[in-house]
Ligand binder design. Structure first.
Ligand SMILES: Cc1ncc(COP(=O)(O)O)c(C=O)c1O
Length: 382
């Protein structure tokens, strides 16, 4: 039998990062030592107290379903965290999800209908495009690569794109893949456009604990944004909990009611004991979070310096743990060559809508990062 698949799934491509990780796995299976700078997860263990809280929750029998939108104690802790960021949400305005990705997926499915315009800022994290397309949205994109990945200098372009027909705008600061942290003036510009054109904005703040010497502002805290912002966050990056799958969305109750239907009919709830560990992560990890941030900052500084020694100016990221390395020629070919010849795995910028760059993750030890740069230099890639 020939199965017929939906237009919905056929209109999205598999993750472009997959080609690189497949190549990396193949080489590693052949015994090659690959410096993997393609990964989007912190290289630290989950803080011990969080692991213990998860184990204790299992021992205490927290193994059943929870209320679909999350256990009340976790939702309270989330509301407390958001309040500290200047955001005014109640526990009825939160859905706890298995990962930030699910929170985003539910938001796109709840807001975007066939043909609705979704505006992305390039480079944009790969899954926004796929999620918009799965929901039937049509994409408009603003290129930030000419402005060192900052939004403020291209607000005019954004203003020329966003209109009364725009359904959704996606902001991700600190950004994956550029590491840019948008200025308050940029976010205020977004606010003005969103209010003028009655647009809903997703503010994906999953890297909010990883900033270097700058403050990240929560979009939803700006005047006029409270009732039109969907704040997305998660535990993967801040607390090195990628495999636990825990995230959330916070939004006006009307959206929660609609998205909650999707949530309850799909995932039911996030894992019970994981949610309990999430409370510990939000309440008692200040030190671990600071240690990880400090390590990322030293690595960023080291990489910027190493590339400068090779005559390459990388736009210096103020947050997250990625940077965009300008590369010559076709970036897909550059990344494939870099992994095959230099055994260094990176992700092509075109996967994020910005050709001409390779995204490097510095979620790797200083030693491995140094090794990676040396290999790229020795093989003539930089
Ligand atoms: C910008 C951004 N948002 C959301 C996510 C989702 O992360 P998770 O589903 O692990 O919470 C990621 C993960 O790479 C990301 O980079």
């Amino acid at each position: 039998m020939t199965m017929q698949f939906t237009d919905r799934v056929e209109r999205v491509e598999p993750s472009a990062t997959l080609a690189i990780s497949n190549l990396a796995s193949k080489l590693e299976a052949d015994g090659v030592d690959v410096v993997d700078l393609s990964v989007g997860e912190p290289d630290f263990p989950t803080p011990e107290n969080v692991v213990e809280a998860g184990k204790a929750a299992l021992d205490a029998g927290h193994t059943g379903y929870t209320p679909s939108n999350g256990v009340p104690e976790l939702k309270e802790a989330i509301v407390g965290k958001l309040e500290a960021d200047g955001l005014d949400y109640t526990t009825d305005e939160v859905i706890v999800t298995p990962g930030g990705k699910q929170a985003l997926y539910e938001t796109f499915q709840t807001l975007v209908d066939d043909g609705d315009e979704v505006v992305l800022l390039d480079p944009a994290w790969v899954s926004y495009e796929a999620m918009a397309k799965l929901a039937g949205g049509s994409l408009s994109r603003i290129d930030l690569s000419e402005s060192a990945f900052q939004l403020e200098p291209v607000l005019d372009e954004l203003a020329a794109t966003v209109s009364d027909d725009t359904e959704l705008l996606v902001i991700n600061s600190p950004s994956n893949p550029s590491g840019a942290v948008f200025t308050d003036a940029a976010l205020e510009g977004v606010r003005d456009l969103a209010v003028d054109h009655d647009v809903t904005v997703i503010s994906d703040e999953i890297y909010d604990t990883v900033t270097y010497g700058v403050e990240q502002t929560s979009l939803g805290a700006l005047d006029g944004m409270g009732d039109r912002t969907v704040t997305i966050n998660g535990f993967s990056k801040a607390y090195s909990m990628t495999g636990w799958r825990l995230g959330y969305l916070a939004a006006p109750e009307s959206l929660i009611e609609q998205a909650g239907k999707l949530h309850s009919h799909s995932v039911s709830c996030a894992a019970n004991f994981v949610q309990r560990a999430g409370i510990e992560a939000l309440e008692n990890t200040e030190e671990s979070v600071a240690e990880m941030r400090n390590a990322f900052e030293s690595r960023r500084d080291m990489l910027v310096e190493l590339f400068a020694e090779h005559g390459i100016d990388v736009p210096v990221p103020d947050g997250a743990f990625y940077m965009m390395l300008p590369v010559d020629g076709d970036d897909q070919a550059w990344c494939e060559g870099a992994i095959e010849e230099a055994h260094v795995a990176t992700v092509p910028g075109s996967a994020f809508g910005t050709p001409g760059y390779a995204r490097l993750s510095y979620a790797a030890s200083e030693e491995r990062l140094r090794e990676g740069v040396e290999r790229l230099a020795d093989a003539g890639y930089i």
